[in-house]
Design a protein around this ligand. Sequence first.
Ligand SMILES: C[S@@+](CC[C@H](N)C(=O)[O-])C[C@H]1O[C@@H](n2cnc3c(N)ncnc32)[C@H](O)[C@@H]1O
Length: 291
Amino acid sequence: MRTDRKHLVRRAPSACAIVVAAAALGVSAYADYEPTAPFVPTVEEDVELMLDVAEVRPEDYVIDLGSGDGRIVIAAARRGARAHGVEIEPDLVELSRRNAREAGVEDRATFVEGDLFEADISEASVVTLYLFPEVNIALRPKLLAELAPGTRVVSNSFDMGDWRPDVHDMSARSSGGILMWIIPARAAGEWRLEIDGGAETYVLSIDQRYQEIDVRLDSLAVGTEAPVAERGSASLRGDRIAFRAAAAKRTYAFSGTVDGDVIGGVVDVRDSKGERRLRWRAVSTERRAAN
Ligand SMILES: C[S@@+](CC[C@H](N)C(=O)[O-])C[C@H]1O[C@@H](n2cnc3c(N)ncnc32)[C@H](O)[C@@H]1O
């Protein structure tokens, strides 16, 4: 059986009914599943909460994928941001444009009729979603591949499977809450790390699953020992990376920014001579797939 996109789009049951209906279709019904979601608007209080959680500011560019009657886009534009809605239903696109005109924000709130899976989202700094859980999961690779590190993705009610949210605000009217993820930089692989222009040199290995990372330092020179990365100390938030490591009589607190094939930042080194801040730089030598 093929799920009819238009049929699903045109029904307007409650969010709860959507999930029940999806479950009732059963696994076999999804064999040829074309992910989509019907029009159920986000309640106004939760629209504001979604924008609050994402900390939307005038410098942001907000894209609502499946923008319904345009309310999230219009609310973002009222905060001074540029905002754009992608909506498959032409009547809803027309309604959104009318609503934006009435709200006096049509210069900052634009809408296009189209399929959210084909939308150009690369310029967004915030992406908002109120879709089926299955649609979120189907969308996940596109979000991770096309959005810049640091972009905030906010979802009304539904999660992203095994991609843990950075924020889950349960103060929402919606029982599922508001969830937010920050797109992580791609850090997985091996890097040649130098402290203080080469005074110390190590191999930095990074395992990555979404924003969760494990790091290891190995020595490059025979007879020298690398500091041991402290378990659980590594974090990646957007392009910002941090981790700690310790050698016999010295500790290191690294922080830096991942920028393509280079990571650069400062390391606070503490030993018997006291504490000093040095620069460190790592250059990619082997890329690994994240996740
Ligand atoms: C649950 S509503 C959310 C509307 C709005 N974002 C909000 O929160 O008020 C989902 C919207 O996604 C639209 N939609 C569903 N599948 C789509 C697709 N493949 N491309 C673009 N829009 C789609 C539906 O027409 C509907 O308006």
